[in-house]
Design a protein around this ligand. Structure first.
Ligand code: SF4
Ligand code: ZN
Length: 318
């Protein structure tokens, strides 16, 4: 078997879409270098900019914090880790403690915000009703998490939010937008997209890395793994799209990478027009596609359900 393409050392990982064979140490270097190149290619982080790294406490986000802290420690960029406590009893504590330990090991400030404090309800309370929700629990939860991270990042004085979305996440989201017929949102996936009406940029420095590569990096870096799963985990369509793409990648190595390139081409056409589709939310003023943002719309629905649960029935029941 051929040795590492860089140093001739013991093979550890083969990047099947490029044919590169890497030893463990050159693999680690390649992850940091690929991340640095992605950031530079899409001008994700400018000189002296303060970066908020969204850290859920899972392996991807802990790896991102480690890579970015390493890349920017000496460059005059401020790095802060921001985490969200959704309010799921028995679930988030472990991940938050992993995030806290890594941030302190790296000497990075760590800010934690909660749904309860920001929206007035925990995820346990928000999901505690029977009946129709307009989205799967993870899509519903994700809408609030993005807003909570943005608010936390602004509180921390950051101008960029970096999330750990990898190549797999990116192409899954692209496919899901197509499947939902939601083409105007494609422009928002543009890695170079900036919305003048919104003071924060969202960037995905791992977007050119396969999920399995980030997982391997995390393992090598000794990143702590979460042992508890969220009881509400329900991704709906996403898990089917993920399974489909994994089968396709196994049969056609490199397919996800080609799909990323094609997605970026398609997205660039919509990016030009996406700002025309972004209007301020009538309630909170944040960008929205319809005049009322998803957070304000879903928050009103939760409040209605919480209120109707608290009110005694007109017929005297509980
Ligand atoms: Fe939210 Fe889904 Fe994550 Fe649970 S698994 S915290 S519902 S996004
Ligand atoms: Zn709003």
């Amino acid at each position: 078997m051929a040795g590492c393409s860089v140093c001739g050392g013991k093979p550890f990982y083969t990047r099947r879409y490029s044919g590169e064979v890497l030893c463990a140490s050159c693999f680690d270097v390649s992850i940091v270098e690929k991340t640095r190149r992605t950031i530079s290619k899409y001008k994700m982080i400018g000189p002296q900019e303060n970066v908020a790294v969204a850290v859920s406490g899972g392996k991807d986000s802990l790896s991102l914090l480690k890579v970015l802290a390493g890349l920017y420690a000496s460059r005059g960029n401020g790095i802060v880790a921001v985490s969200v406590d959704e309010g799921v009893a028995g679930y988030r504590e472990e991940a938050l403690s992993h995030a806290r330990s890594l941030a302190s090991e790296l000497g990075v400030k760590h800010l934690v915000v909660s749904y309860k404090e920001m929206f007035g309800f925990s995820l346990d309370e928000a999901l505690d009703w029977e009946g129709e929700r307009e989205a799967s629990s993870c899509s519903f939860c994700g809408v609030f998490r993005r807003r909570a991270i943005d608010e936390a990042a602004q509180r921390a004085g950051a101008s960029v939010v970096a999330t750990a979305h990898n190549l797999d996440d990116f192409v899954q989201t692209f496919m899901m937008n197509l499947m939902h017929g939601d083409v105007t949102r494609l422009g928002w996936l543009d890695p170079s997209h900036t919305d003048a009406s919104f003071p924060l940029r969202r960037v995905k420095p791992f977007m050119e890395l396969y999920e399995e590569e980030v997982a391997l990096y995390a393992h090598q870096a000794g990143v702590s793994l979460q042992s508890v799963s969220c009881p509400y985990m329900h991704e709906g369509l996403r898990s089917e799209v993920r399974d489909y793409l994994n089968i396709m990648e196994a049969n056609h190595p490199g397919l996800k990478n080609v799909l990323l390139r094609s997605s970026l081409d398609v997205i660039s056409h919509y990016a030009v027009n996406s700002e025309k589709h972004s209007v301020p939310c009538a309630k909170c003023g944040r960008p929205s596609s319809s005049g009322l943002c998803s957070v304000c719309r879903m928050k009103a629905t939760v409040e209605e359900h919480v209120k109707s649960r608290a009110e005694p029935s007109a017929f005297g029941g509980g």
